[in-house]
Ligand binder design. Structure first.
Ligand SMILES: [Zn+2]
Length: 218
């Protein structure tokens, strides 16, 4: 059961098409896993369509076209996320479809690069100063303790992790800002795979993290 959600503000921004590509990927992926946020998204989308209808009786607002296109894009993304045909459901995918488009397939297609003891990553997007990457953390292993120069969205896809006394499992989306200093530890039951979106370089607490930072591009 999903207990951590992106919140209405982010879902509304996604529906309006105003989020950067990396954050959009995190929200689109969460929506495929979370019926309640998907419901909120459809309501925001309907609200946006109603606003465009109203605008069309007066001279077209300059950004109406962009807003319509953004919603069309979001709609296309959501359609992509419909459950696959029965033939494809035999082996449930770990990665929802929006992510598969970036990875080039399900988890087996991921090209992992070592990031630290028990940790691998696969960079997916780096645009507008925002990056998205897959992280794979071995059971019981931890990411270096770090805080954030900006904000970080972490969406769990497989396994779980614990941070700040809270547990995050498949579908949960953790939002951390520069006031948070945490050291996520993967659960013992499975490898933890998550999608991490950061909008500024992380600030590592220890010298090893700082030493490696230029090499791993985080
Ligand atoms: Zn949700």
């Amino acid at each position: 059961m999903i207990t951590h959600h992106p919140g209405e503000e982010l879902v509304a921004a996604y529906a309006a098409g105003t989020l950067d590509e990396a954050s959009s990927l995190a929200i689109a992926t969460h929506l495929t896993l979370c019926p309640s946020c998907r419901h909120a998204f459809l309501e925001f989308e309907a609200l946006g369509a109603a606003l465009v209808d109203e605008m069309s009786v007066v001279p077209m607002a300059q950004d109406a076209f962009a807003a319509t296109m953004a919603r069309a894009r979001a709609g296309v993304e959501l359609r992509l996320d419909r459950p696959p045909s029965p033939a494809r459901q035999r082996q449930p995918a770990v990665l929802p479809l929006p992510l598969q488009n970036y990875v080039g397939g399900d988890l087996a297609a991921a090209k992992w690069r070592p990031l630290g003891p028990g940790i691998h990553h696969m960079p997916l997007i780096s645009a507008d100063g925002v990056t998205a990457r897959l992280l794979r953390i071995a059971p019981g292993k931890s990411v270096f303790a770090h805080s954030h120069g900006g904000s970080e969205l972490t969406l769990v896809l497989k396994g779980s992790y614990e941070a700040g006394g809270e547990r995050f499992a498949r579908g949960d989306l953790e939002m951390a800002d520069d006031s948070v200093n945490h050291r996520p530890v993967a659960g013992m039951e499975d490898v933890c795979v998550c999608l991490a979106v950061t909008d500024a370089p992380l600030r590592f607490d220890n010298w090893l993290g700082r030493l490696m930072q230029p090499f791993i591009g985080i």
